[in-house]
Design a protein around this ligand. Structure first.
Ligand code: FES
Length: 131
């Protein structure tokens, strides 16, 4: 699917881009291509937004997949993924989100390798959005 806004009630993908994520501190990654791929492949499916530093720079690049409001109400929680530095991981994120994301579809097993704990129970919110 392409074009249009996110589906109503869809999940949200937050892509960290700040002091470490998306910079040359993480070498060998085409960060712009990574973000472009997420935006292109998830257009019309969910919102992909860029956030400021999420305080886990040692895990750069960081992506957080937040459940849809309905899935969250049913108990799903955001899934934090770190060291998302290869195209295969991005492809797996895309496939999972297209299937519904947290609380709706089981993530591809390989994404377990990228799962990280949010710092101090941190929640990604609107205040994290990059200007
Ligand atoms: S820049 Fe992404 S966690 Fe700090």
């Amino acid at each position: 699917m392409s074009g249009g806004g996110p589906r109503p009630g869809a999940c949200t993908v937050s892509v960290c881009r700040d002091c470490c994520c998306g910079t040359q501190k993480v070498p060998g990654v085409d960060h712009d291509a990574q973000l472009d791929l997420l935006r292109r492949e998830l257009a019309g499916i969910c919102r992909v937004r860029v956030t400021r530093c999420l305080d886990v720079c040692e895990q750069a690049d960081v992506v957080v997949v937040q459940p849809s409001p309905a899935a969250r109400a049913a108990g799903a929680r955001p899934v934090w993924l770190g060291l998302v530095n290869d195209p295969g991981a991005v492809d797996d994120i895309v496939a999972w989100v297209r299937a519904g994301g947290p609380g709706v579809a089981a993530p591809p097993d390989v994404l377990d390798l990228y799962a990280i704990e949010p710092p101090g129970g941190r929640v990604v919110g609107a205040a994290d959005a990059a200007p």
